[in-house]
Design a protein around this ligand. Sequence first.
Ligand SMILES: [Zn+2]
Length: 122
Amino acid sequence: MADRSLRGIRLGAQSLQSEDGVVFHDRAQHTYVCATCGRETVLTFAADAEVPPAWECRTCGAEALLRIGEGTATVDHSDDKAPRTHWDMLLERRTIPELEELLEERLAFLRARRGGDQKISA
Ligand SMILES: [Zn+2]
């Protein structure tokens, strides 16, 4: 066990756990084809995993589609939601009247401070 002590080991993905007696899960490789740059990305999944129909291309970041036989998977984007903006998230937490109240408070604070500054500088 002495050889497993922590000495001079770099931080990162290294594990001191031995693989003795470990039975690896069945794996399957799937190929994703990028429609933009043509690059093929091969990924390894668990054999019983649900394989996603699309993956991000490693070269150009576009959508690469899962190769099935001679063709590729089709991806239905009709249900995709528009990305939430900061404004959308804000409206989930506050109502417009609440926001107007906060704005008034803030403006009053800033006006008071500005007024104070003017007295000092005048
Ligand atoms: Zn690509």
